[in-house]
Design a protein around this ligand. Structure first.
Ligand SMILES: *[C@@H]1O[C@H](CO)[C@@H](O)[C@H](O)[C@H]1NC(C)=O
Ligand SMILES: *[C@@H]1O[C@H](CO)[C@@H](O)[C@H](O)[C@H]1NC(C)=O
Ligand SMILES: *[C@@H]1O[C@H](CO)[C@@H](O)[C@H](O)[C@H]1NC(C)=O
Ligand SMILES: *[C@@H]1O[C@H](CO)[C@@H](O)[C@H](O)[C@H]1NC(C)=O
Ligand SMILES: *[C@@H]1O[C@H](CO)[C@@H](O)[C@H](O)[C@H]1NC(C)=O
Ligand SMILES: *[C@@H]1O[C@H](CO)[C@@H](O)[C@H](O)[C@H]1NC(C)=O
Ligand SMILES: *[C@@H]1O[C@H](CO)[C@@H](O)[C@H](O)[C@H]1NC(C)=O
Ligand SMILES: *[C@@H]1O[C@H](CO)[C@@H](O)[C@H](O)[C@H]1NC(C)=O
Ligand SMILES: *[C@@H]1O[C@H](CO)[C@@H](O)[C@H](O)[C@H]1NC(C)=O
Ligand SMILES: *[C@@H]1O[C@H](CO)[C@@H](O)[C@H](O)[C@H]1NC(C)=O
Ligand SMILES: *[C@@H]1O[C@H](CO)[C@@H](O)[C@H](O)[C@H]1NC(C)=O
Ligand SMILES: *[C@@H]1O[C@H](CO)[C@@H](O)[C@H](O)[C@H]1NC(C)=O
Length: 837
């Protein structure tokens, strides 16, 4: 029926209201289609027209999509026996029932679908109703990408559980939320208007997510009030037509907090009745309720250990209540204690295996242990969690984070699928047999009935969902990988790009290049060689702060001192962590010569002068990587600028704003980490870049009027370790300096601190003529976690391009404080063309 070549189709690209709300489901019109011999189906036959049926949703979506892409109306038809030139969508069972030829349909697994576009009739048949909806989205995705090929394609999920976890609080805030407030909750209850929830359900269904936990793992007991259970029912009613089941996070101590009991001991009969009652109430309102997510005995959350019960006792308490309804307990493995760094053998990375391995086989069949991809906490690179290779009689799921908690908080472009793939594709060699993580969580490797994936997602009220258009590739890729972890991360990305930004090859190639380089670049300018992200782990997890890793009980140590760095996790001399992997993997990590460079400092404690496989010393690699990563981030701006006019202006400008910010903040990262380790080790950069900035003028060395010099904490977050702030909260200050650079055209960069608590204003003058000005308003525009301090998270850069300078010109900056933002300045850099500084 459809017979045109992909390369001949061009999308018009621009559709109305490109504010990101439709994400990859824009259905942008395709140009030229009418000039080809393309005959579209004229009818849709939906085999279920109940409004809560995903099959009905599929029919609506097909009508909407085809109308939008081809400007052609396709009508829903109830002439089910005039199927020629129709689109049939429904379950295999209903299809067999109506047409009697279900034998033509290949066998499908639960949630699977068959998409057949070979004949006159397009058939979209699901094993169940949700499968039919997935098939409709798949067909529309093909059309929207200009793919009109004739296919007969069987699609089955790799894993049964494909969930997202919201960390939304009842007051409407979101833990680690960077894209506005909750679309689910406000003021302690469920929001009245669930329109955004419905739009979110549509996005999730299109990537084949089948479950959602709507509230924070640090759960508030008030969610269980009768009124809130009714509210959850409304949420579930919105998700149901999209084939998505709703579940909630629980607070283990609810029996004492709201149940009037004096204990929350999981073996206590009153406690058991309490949870049975709650569960019954939930199922009365939500018959297809998904189940519970439990964070117990973790980071201050209550749990069974209080009563000397095991974590399995805790999980099974809920499993039993859910079992009559086929509900599932997702039980997080993120359990660890505070440790003492003076103990060389103490290791938080060992905690999950220590707690859970002895419990293997003790969890009920409807419990799934949800394991973060690495043994610590969503760092820029971690080895695969060894817990995946220590549970053979327990269902497991992987926990990923679409939320860029430690990875730039959606203000840095970091396409995460390649990072996730390092874990999903990792072969743990259990019993010397192929044991890829993706085959373990699917249930296949250990023959488990359940398993899958969960991703923490911080969508909020921002029109872009995540606060950033580019970050949406991560949500898209999450769903695609949960369905099929063998998919290539670049192919997934390119589907997302075509659907989100159109089919033009320059757009495709440019965004592909930026995205595929983004995680390596972020790793390069944050923490390298497996040392973790080196962000502010005791604060807001955003800016650089390497010293926050050590000298505390959190166990994210680097053990960096004047001569050495890295965690000794060997069996022979260290924490023994490497021995928690199966023998083939354990011996690879035990031996420094077979440990890959990118995890060297995760497993070994070495001198800064240790020579890597690459030939560099550790310290020189740090310097080189930081410079190269920050350089890549500068290039992203130029790449993006090359798309001007090829993308709608609204999204072009919004992405440009964030890429420009990232380019500046990557320099902050580069300098902070390089300076920190230079300061600590005293070993200079062979290339003489670190600490040597010939194009800079430090603010503290200028003539100050109404400005005061202040130290910055951590010191390395400021150039020359100091900054200046206005001496008063109400009066403007001025700094001035005579420029001693040769005549020429420069980019004038100013590094400043944008703190929460005010919107200060800065004006830059050259010989008293204004060059430009800016406002400290990142709290309104960026969405990352805020700080009131001069630190690595608030350090920022603004650049005025192409400024003509003559030797001896007077540069002046007037800073007008506002509230707590005392117009802080760090330095000015005058950058000749091509110089990054
Ligand atoms: C268009 O398709 C029709 C029906 O398949 C066919 O008869 C006709 O020759 C085609 N025309 C062109 C220009 O390919
Ligand atoms: C139609 O959809 C509704 C809602 O999902 C479902 O309960 C019902 O069983 C479906 N009917 C048929 C015949 O498939
Ligand atoms: C739980 O939610 C209620 C209602 O919004 C709020 O008053 C209370 O402070 C919350 N509790 C916690 C621990 O956040
Ligand atoms: C839960 O317990 C309350 C109070 O004992 C009772 O009124 C209610 O009927 C119970 N609900 C269910 C579903 O068992
Ligand atoms: C748990 O066990 C410890 C040590 O065996 C004991 O001191 C403590 O009293 C017990 N706690 C409870 C609640 O039983
Ligand atoms: C950690 O252990 C050392 C050495 O045993 C001890 O001196 C120190 O007090 C301990 N620190 C804490 C916080 O327990
Ligand atoms: C072995 O461990 C000790 C601490 O117990 C440490 O000081 C030493 O550097 C380690 N040796 C090597 C070769 O890593
Ligand atoms: C570090 O280098 C010193 C010699 O300078 C050597 O004695 C020591 O073993 C090295 N430490 C490690 C952990 O390799
Ligand atoms: C390291 O930084 C401190 C300031 O915190 C400074 O006093 C010291 O001189 C620096 N050392 C080197 C080698 O730069
Ligand atoms: C660095 O800061 C110190 C103290 O504030 C100041 O004396 C010095 O001039 C500054 N260095 C540069 C290169 O500006
Ligand atoms: C919401 O999204 C837009 C588009 O990226 C952005 O300009 C705006 O700053 C965002 N707001 C927040 C708080 O992230
Ligand atoms: C004045 O500025 C300082 C920081 O320089 C801040 O700590 C203080 O809260 C501000 N005062 C007011 C009233 O905003």
């Amino acid at each position: 029926m459809f017979c045109i070549l992909l390369s001949t189709v061009v999308s018009l690209g621009i559709v109305t209201a490109e504010n990101g709300q439709n994400a990859w489901l824009r259905y942008a019109p395709l140009r030229s289609v009418n000039s080809y011999n393309l005959s579209l189906a004229s009818n849709i036959i939906a085999l279920n027209t109940s409004k809560s049926s995903p099959v009905y949703t599929a029919s609506l979506e097909l009508q909407k999509g085809i109308q939008s892409i081809f400007s052609q109306a396709v009508k829903e038809s109830d002439e089910i026996h005039q199927a020629a030139s129709s689109l049939i969508v429904g379950t295999v069972d209903d299809y067999s029932h109506v047409y009697g030829n279900g034998n033509d349909v290949p066998d499908l697994e639960e949630d699977g679908f068959w998409l057949n576009t070979e004949g006159e009739t397009v058939k979209i048949l699901g094993q169940n109703e949700r499968g039919a909806l997935y098939g409709a989205f798949e067909y529309l995705s093909m059309l929207a990408q200009g793919d009109f090929s004739h296919i007969s394609s069987v699609n089955n999920p790799n894993q049964p559980i494909r969930w997202v976890n919201q960390w939304d609080n009842m007051d409407g805030s979101i833990e680690r939320g960077y894209g506005g407030s909750s679309i689910f909750f406000n003021n302690g209850g469920i929001v009245d208007d669930l329109t955004r929830v419905s739009e979110y359900a549509r996005l999730l269904a299109s990537i084949r997510v089948n479950g959602i936990i709507v509230n924070n793992v640090n759960a508030n007991v008030s969610l269980l009030s009768p009124q809130n259970i009714q509210g959850l029912g409304r949420i579930a009613d919105v998700f149901r037509p999209y084939g998505i089941q709703v579940g909630i996070s629980l607070n283990f101590a609810s029996p004492t907090a709201i149940g009037g009991l004096t204990t929350f001991d999981p073996l206590d009969s009153g406690v058991i009745s309490f949870w049975t009652n709650i569960t019954d109430q939930l199922y009365q309102r939500i018959p297809d309720f998904a189940g519970y997510l439990v964070k117990a005995d973790s980071e201050g959350q209550p749990g069974p250990l209080t009563y000397n019960r095991t974590l399995a006792d805790g999980a099974n308490l809920f499993a039993k209540a859910l079992n009559p309804y086929n509900g599932v307990v997702m039980f997080r493995a993120f359990v660890y204690n505070q440790l003492n760094e003076s103990d060389w053998k103490a290791d938080r990375a060992n905690a999950a295996v220590q707690f859970f391995k002895p419990l293997d086989g003790k969890f009920a069949n409807n419990v799934v242990v949800q394991i973060k991809y690495g043994p610590i906490d969503f760092q820029v690179r971690e080895p695969t969690s060894p817990l995946f290779s220590n549970l053979y009689n327990t269902n497991t799921a992987i926990e990923l984070e679409v939320t860029q908690e430690y990875l730039g908080q959606q203000c840095h472009l970091v396409y995460l699928a390649p990072l996730w793939k390092t874990v999903l594709d990792f072969d743990l060699r259990v019993g010397q047999k192929a044991s890829k993580v993706s085959d373990i969580i699917s249930g296949e490797r250990f023959n488990r009935p359940l398993g899958g994936s969960a991703a923490v997602v911080n969508v909020g009220t921002n029109a872009t969902w995540l606060g950033s258009h580019m970050a949406m590739s991560n949500l898209y890729a999450y769903g695609r990988l949960a369905w099929d972890p063998s998919k290539d991360s670049q192919n997934i990305l390119q589907d997302w790009i075509r659907l989100t930004f159109g089919l033009a090859s320059e757009v495709l190639n440019t965004i592909t290049k930026m995205s595929m380089e983004s995680w390596p670049a972020y790793e390069q300018y944050s923490g390298n060689l497996g040392i973790q992200t080196l962000t502010d782990i005791t604060g807001n997890h955003y800016g650089p702060n390497p010293q926050s890793q050590d000298n505390n009980g959190w166990g994210q140590w680097t053990r960096a001192d004047k001569k050495t760095i890295g965690m000794d996790r060997t069996v022979w001399n260290g924490t023994g962590y490497s021995g928690t992997y199966p023998p083939e993997i354990a011996s690879m990590y035990e031996d420094i010569s077979t440990t890959p460079d990118n995890l060297l400092l995760w497993f070994h404690h070495v001198n800064y002068t240790h020579i890597l496989h690459s030939g560099d010393t550790v310290i020189q690699y740090f310097y080189n990587a930081h410079y190269s990563g920050a350089e890549t981030a500068q290039a992203f701006v130029k790449l993006w600028e090359s798309l001007k006019g090829k993308i709608d202006a609204e999204r072009y400008e919004q992405v440009l704003y964030r890429q420009t910010y990232q380019a500046g903040h990557s320099i902050v990262w580069r300098d902070a980490i390089s300076n920190f380790y230079w300061n600590l080790s005293g070993i200079p950069d062979e290339a003489k870049r670190v600490g040597n900035h010939p194009w800079r003028v430090e603010a503290e060395s200028m003539v100050l009027d109404g400005y005061t010099i202040v130290p910055v904490k951590p010191f390395e977050a400021a150039s020359n370790y100091t900054a200046i702030i206005t001496s008063s909260n109400t009066t403007a200050g001025t700094v001035a300096t005579k420029l001693e650079f040769a005549d020429g055209t420069y980019d004038l960069a100013v590094n400043y601190f944008d703190v929460v608590g005010g919107r200060a204003k800065w004006q830059v003058y050259l010989n008293n003529k204004e060059v430009g000005e800016w406002i400290g308003d990142h709290e309104d525009t960026l969405g990352h976690a805020l700080s009131a301090n001069l630190d690595g998270g608030t350090a920022s850069r603004v650049t005025f391009k192409g400024v003509k300078i003559q030797k001896g010109d007077m540069l002046k900056i007037v800073g007008s404080p506002d509230g707590a933002e005392a117009a802080p300045l760090d330095y000015v850099a005058l950058l000749p063309p091509g110089v990054i500084d």
